[in-house]
Design a protein around this ligand. Structure first.
Ligand SMILES: [Zn+2]
Ligand SMILES: [Zn+2]
Ligand SMILES: [Zn+2]
Ligand SMILES: [Zn+2]
Length: 156
């Protein structure tokens, strides 16, 4: 990703961490401990330019992300909603309603069975239930359709 071959004097010119090219002061941006052309600091997911003033960017697992993608991928905290431990960027996660979970933590609150891709689950008030243990299964109607479980790789 980073071009380590800096042509010319290393001290007199800065290389862009995005394209490896030289940066003139006018377009210099310092972010994530590196220098960037304004146009080269982009979200790894949606390619939105993050060089605008006031744009917050996030870095995790070698990716640079805009705020929306960071929250989409890692949740608001980057931690598993079940156990509270942070999830390494390389790990697969399960997602429900904007929360992220370790694969091992994504299990039914009643029977503790782990939900795997292909299972249907119900997400009710922040708690996950398998198809069988859905509370009030006989009372509830159409608005509580099960969601298919989809495995999700956090890297786009
Ligand atoms: Zn560049
Ligand atoms: Zn983005
Ligand atoms: Zn967890
Ligand atoms: Zn269950």
């Amino acid at each position: 990703m980073v071009n380590s071959q800096v042509p010319g004097g290393v001290c007199s010119s800065r290389a862009c961490a995005g394209c490896g090219g030289r940066i003139s002061d006018r377009f210099l941006l310092f972010s994530m401990e590196r220098y960037w052309h304004t146009r080269c600091l982009k979200c790894s997911c949606c390619q939105a330019q993050l060089g605008e003033i006031g744009t917050t960017c996030y870095s995790k697992g070698g990716m640079i992300l805009c705020r929306a993608d960071y929250i989409r991928l890692f949740g608001h905290t980057g931690a598993c909603s079940a156990c509270g431990q942070s999830i390494p960027a390389s790990e697969m996660v399960m997602r429900a309603q904007g929360n992220v979970y370790h694969l091992k933590c994504f299990s039914c609150a009643t029977c503790r069975n782990r939900l795997v891709p292909g299972d249907r689950f119900h997400y009710i008030n922040g708690t996950i239930f398998c198809e069988h243990d859905r509370p009030g299964a006989t009372l509830l109607s159409s608005h509580l359709q099960g969601n298919p479980v989809l495995p999700d790789q956090k890297v786009c």
